[in-house]
Write a protein that binds this ligand. Structure first.
Ligand SMILES: [Cu+2]
Length: 390
């Protein structure tokens, strides 16, 4: 392309950017949020600068020593995984699922900040990308600004895998997980993972989001959004009573991304692990899923759906809460009566909080979520960088 043509494109981009750039902090303040509300962007809306900082911050967390007082975990990056694993029965398929993960994602964002990331916590809007989910901009091989693509399957001559579904590109290429046993972090992207009768991308459509927002009762909302464990008849999920294979929008993403996100770990799993086969992509609990950085962008979107549900009827929904406090994975039954004053534990990662402290995301955490037309303000610099290959 001629240089003059590039210049004229650049000039029109400059004009366009003046109408499409948005501030990263929304106007308006409150007593609780004197600096305004951060706008959480979708990954595709982030500036190149922020995506680059995000990747460097992940590297920084990998290089920081563990602050969790446990011997098996060696880095701050793995502290996050460890913290999510141990209260598993209390935070999945139970009432605290939405607020616990809200505070967890917030804590992770603070860690990214301490590692030099200056932007707001991004999300992965699978509902905006549901026509072809694996074409989301989040799957990017770029070593500076990408989170990597699908894993690769490499086999020895006898057919046994070298690194089954190891992610070998992007900013976290070949990242080694130390615990519960050493492996390269993995992805096995498929819309029809083994064990599913129909493609799971049907659960992440905008119509599904619309449906979940229509439930008035908190328990109905959180159950439909989270989904049921695999092989469990979703007998408590509204509209799905007794049917098998209901994944929900949250569960569908875990299972479709596969690998660490679905807790499919190495081919040679230790004896105490449930038996895995390298071509399987079932979800046996997803507790090791924070090993994949996509986890936090996925859960930011889960939180966005929760925020949208609250905003539909703030008076009745902002502090709506109830259901079970414990899920028994063997009997698939819930026990315990959940209340707003229950304590949520984050192990050694951060202080315990009570449920009611994680309800009003705007006033308690000072953020809002971007709309589809939002762009971070320095996208113009991105444009020049791309046009002139800086
Ligand atoms: Cu979780």
């Amino acid at each position: 392309m001629k240089f003059t043509t590039l210049l004229s494109i650049a000039a029109s981009a400059l004009m366009a950017s003046q109408t499409t750039a948005f501030p990263t902090v929304k106007e308006g303040v409150s007593e609780q949020c004197p600096n305004g509300y951060e706008v959480r962007p979708e990954w595709s809306q982030m500036s190149r600068k922020h995506r680059k900082q995000y990747i460097s911050a992940l590297q920084c967390m990998i290089n920081k020593p563990s602050t969790v007082n446990e011997t098996q975990v060696t880095s701050q990056y793995e502290d996050n995984w460890y913290t999510h694993q141990f209260p598993g029965h209390a935070i999945h398929f139970t009432a605290p699922f939405p607020p616990w993960h809200r505070h967890y994602v917030y804590t992770y964002h603070q860690e990214l900040r301490a590692c030099g990331y200056e932007g707001a916590m991004p999300f992965w809007a699978w509902d905006w990308n549901s026509d072809d989910i694996f074409k989301s901009s989040i799957f990017d091989a770029d070593p500076e600004v990408g989170l990597g693509t699908n894993g690769t399957y490499e086999a020895h001559e006898d057919g046994s895998p070298v690194h089954a579904f190891a992610v070998t590109n992007g900013g976290l290429a070949n990242h080694q997980i130390e615990y519960p046993f050493p492996h390269t972090f993995q992805r096995n992207l498929q819309t029809l993972p083994k064990g599913s009768e129909q493609p799971l991308d049907r659960f992440i459509k905008p119509e599904e989001v619309e449906k979940v927002l229509s439930f008035d009762k908190y328990e109905d909302f959180h159950r439909y959004m989270e989904g049921a464990p695999p092989h469990e008849a979703a007998h408590l999920i509204p509209g799905e009573e007794g049917t098998m294979g209901f994944a929900g929008m949250h569960g569908a993403i875990h299972r479709m991304v596969g690998g660490d996100m679905a807790t499919i770990i190495e081919y040679q799993a230790p004896s105490w692990c449930p038996s895995f086969e390298s071509d399987e992509s079932a979800n046996y609990g997803a507790n090791a899923s924070p090993n994949d950085p996509l986890f936090f962008l996925h859960h930011a979107n889960v939180d966005r759906v929760y925020a949208m549900w609250q905003d539909r009827d703030p008076e009745n929904r902002m502090y709506a809460y109830g259901g079970f406090t414990f899920h028994n994975y063997t009997t698939q039954e819930g026990t315990g009566v959940a209340t707003l004053n229950d304590t949520m534990s984050f192990g050694f990662l951060t202080d315990d909080i009570q449920v009611h402290e994680a309800m009003d995301y705007r006033q308690q955490y000072c953020y809002v979520y971007a709309d589809k037309d939002y762009r971070e303000e320095d996208n113009l610099i991105d444009f020049f960088a791309e046009a002139f290959q800086w």
